[in-house]
Write a protein that binds this ligand. Structure first.
Ligand SMILES: [Zn+2]
Length: 345
């Protein structure tokens, strides 16, 4: 995708709604809907009054009646949240929502073109580009497509896997292995399945602990992990009476599974996206219990509180608190796992 510095603000603005932007920030659930408007605390000045910040859904405009005393469109909002220029905000939006600039340009007759450039007045019918991060309903339309291939030559016997405590059975069961070359070269490739059990991506885990500014995991470009829950395809096949365990990472999930807790999903992070909430909501029996076992650290604690509040509206929720800072679910012994899920596994 071309990342020209010439940005068609109008097209970007038209392509993203305030709801999508709030969803992107994970705060849409803090807003109350009434007809065509949303109201909630102002995320810009971080206010607490639940009526100070209003969004007109139909006009796609926002207003803070408190400290900010200002308002604007979705791009203005991103600019204020990120403390950047409108131009930088547009570039961020293009990236976050995977907007296709070429399509947008062809569709916008009022594009901010450089003088001398021909105007695209002969463009075809107007077609709004589909942003890749959207409300749950829209996310369904733009789901991650199943991969048309499998990484066949993975080494299932790589020492890193046994160092992490995985048994050969678990390794084969989850289909992971060391990838010598290709897109996940020199990483452990972990297949991610969608709800139907189709592989939609491989996550590539770096061997060992990465240097400070290097990410542990590599995900394919364009893949949106916020639309998936690792191991959901198998968790939903477990009996409805069993509690669903929610963890952060792949290895937490695989270790718990190995230790007998098979109804387990990983968020692939410490936050729950709207789509992940929707997946749990629509596929987990409302009488089921949910057990949140995130890492015992700052991110894990923030994440679990938010997830608990959101899920408690329709499920029985329990939070597991580890006795020591830094503890993670992949460190639990089979006995501890059994105690954790109340001997119901
Ligand atoms: Zn404000």
């Amino acid at each position: 995708m071309p990342r020209s510095s010439l940005v068609d603000f109008k097209a970007v603005k038209a392509a993203i709604t305030m709801e999508q932007v709030l969803l992107h920030y994970g705060i849409l659930n803090q807003f109350k809907r009434s007809g065509q408007s949303l109201s909630g605390p102002c995320p810009i000045h971080k206010g607490s009054n639940p009526t100070q910040f209003r969004v007109s859904v139909s006009k796609n405009l926002w207003n803070c009646f408190s400290e900010c005393k200002s308002g604007g469109n979705s791009l203005d909002f991103i600019a204020r949240m990120e403390n950047v220029s409108i131009h930088a905000a547009a570039l961020k939006a293009i990236d976050w929502f995977d907007l296709d600039l070429e399509v947008m340009r062809a569709n916008s007759k009022e594009a901010d073109f450089k003088p001398g450039e021909s105007s695209p007045s002969d463009a075809g019918p107007k077609q709004r580009p589909v942003p890749k991060s959207a409300t749950p309903a829209q996310e369904k339309d733009a789901a991650n497509k199943p991969l048309g291939f499998r990484l066949e030559k993975l080494d299932h016997t790589h020492p890193y896997l046994t160092e992490r405590g995985l048994t050969p059975e678990t390794i084969v069961d989850f289909g992971l292995g060391y990838c010598a070359k290709g897109m996940m070269a020199e990483r452990i490739a972990i297949p991610i399945h969608n709800l139907d059990g189709k592989v939609v991506a491989y996550a590539g885990r770096i061997l060992g602990e990465p240097a400070r500014d290097i990410a542990k995991y590599k995900l394919p470009q364009g893949f949106r992990k916020s639309l998936e829950l690792f191991n959901i395809d198998r968790a939903i096949k477990e009996p409805p009476g069993k509690p669903l365990v929610i963890v952060e990472g792949f290895f937490d999930c695989m270790k718990l599974h190995q230790n007998g807790c098979r109804k387990v999903v990983a968020l692939m992070g410490s936050t729950m996206s709207a789509m992940q909430e929707e997946l749990i909501r629509s596929h987990i029996n409302e009488r089921s219990q949910v057990l949140i076992v995130l890492d015992e650290d700052e991110a894990g604690r923030t994440g679990r509180d938010d997830i608990a509040v959101r899920l408690a509206r329709f499920l029985f929720v329990k939070i597991h608190v580890f006795p020591k800072e830094g503890m993670q679910p992949d460190q639990l012994t089979p006995e501890e796992v059994n105690d954790l899920v109340g001997g119901e596994i």
